[in-house]
Design a protein around this ligand. Structure first.
Ligand SMILES: [Zn+2]
Ligand SMILES: [Zn+2]
Length: 377
């Protein structure tokens, strides 16, 4: 079968032929891969900044954002059957008995760092014709979400963050009613999303649908389909090339939430300076090595203390976040059908994966498909 692999030794990204995997445990399922999204992490892996092949292999099959169809199930599989659509999760638990996070199915909170991640760290990914994995790592997809379910994994970043934000908000500020339904929890609050890539845009959609008055701030200038998308979900786009952080803060009044989706340290730190009273700052970007910058930590500490601020980092994601992502994709489609149709820029055959991964992203999300007749749309 075909797979798309990166060879760190020779610095190549190419199609390889591999033997198709087979079910070897009763609780495993065999998947025929349908769609695999390309993201910034794949680009970093293919620029050899990030990613590790499994022990004993000189290559890593990439791909961690996937939608698949079950083709075979082991004898102990109870929840899934052939024909079902599923989204597989990415991170697998570490082996240490003392890691309470991994031992309770919360490997996104792993203490030891010895977890593996399919398509990223010491485990092959999903950009292949067939995959075998355990039933417990699968989230069932309603058939109606076939076209967009490949977006579930990138959306889990925002879903996990939102759970953490709401959990934090329930404890503080104390005058908020903890029983407020999730679609109203952001009402009366403002959110600033940094970055207009897929993570930022999916984050903006999640925050806007939770009732936040949402702003998106990035370098991009109009005209741009990404900026059109921000407008279409009722959020406000502001370009950093036209408006400074200080001017933006004035326009937004108290900034209750900042959702960082850029991974640029200087930009992120500048934004921290405009976080409002009782504000929560969520970091999702993972910067590579960057130049040292000057900062005023005394001011940052003063603000964090005197304004009751929270600084929160989050990495995706557990099963609850996958279920929430699928629920929200359904909701987004009901609420913004035209926007949802534009989220997937195109579907391409695996042969085009190397150039797509290495090139500049077109549109919002490019998808590799192993279905016959995969084509740009
Ligand atoms: Zn990704
Ligand atoms: Zn662990």
């Amino acid at each position: 079968m075909k797979a798309v692999a990166v060879f760190p030794g020779t610095r190549e990204v190419t199609i390889i032929e591999r033997e198709a995997p087979r079910i070897s445990q009763p609780d495993q399922v065999e998947l025929r891969m349908l769609d695999i999204g390309i993201c910034g992490t794949d680009k970093e892996i293919c620029s050899f900044d990030y990613g590790t092949p499994p022990a004993g292999d000189d290559f890593l099959v990439i791909g961690h954002e996937a939608l698949a169809e079950i083709v075979k199930v082991g004898s102990a599989v109870t929840r899934l059957r052939p024909g079902d659509l599923v989204v597989p999760s990415v991170r697998r638990p570490c082996p240490h008995p003392g890691c309470l996070a991994c031992r309770t199915g919360h490997q996104d909170y792993c203490y030891t760092g010895d977890f593996t991640e399919r398509g990223i760290k010491e485990a092959h990914g999903y950009m292949a014709e067939y995959i075998v994995d355990y039933e417990r790592n699968m989230t069932l997809v309603p058939p109606g979400l076939r076209e967009i379910a490949v977006l579930a994994e990138p959306l889990t970043i925002a879903e996990k963050a939102l759970t953490q934000i709401f959990w934090t908000m329930q404890q503080r500020p104390p005058w908020l009613d903890p029983d407020t339904p999730s679609q109203q929890r952001g009402e009366g609050l403002s959110a600033l999303v940094l970055g207009i890539g897929p993570v930022g845009l999916l984050g903006a959609m999640t925050l806007a649908s939770a009732g936040f008055t949402t702003y998106v701030y990035s370098r991009e200038l109009p005209p741009s389909p990404r900026i059109d998308l921000v407008d279409a979900i009722g959020a406000t786009y502001v370009s950093s090339q036209a408006t400074t952080f200080a001017d933006l803060a004035e326009k937004m009044d108290n900034i209750d939430l900042i959702y960082e989706a850029v991974g640029h340290s200087h930009f992120a730190l500048q934004a921290l300076q405009v976080l409002g009273t009782n504000g929560i700052y969520v970091l999702t970007g993972v910067p590579g090595p960057q130049a040292f910058i000057e900062a005023d930590p005394a001011r940052l500490m003063r603000d964090l203390v005197l304004k009751n601020q929270v600084l929160l980092g989050t990495v995706n994601a557990g099963p609850d976040a996958f279920a929430a992502a699928l629920r929200d994709l359904h909701l987004f489609r009901q609420r913004w059908p035209a926007v949802v149709r534009t989220l997937i820029a195109g579907r391409y055959p695996p042969e085009q994966a190397p150039e797509l991964v290495l090139g500049r992203p077109a549109g919002i999300k490019s998808v590799i498909t192993f279905e016959q007749g995969g084509q740009a749309r």
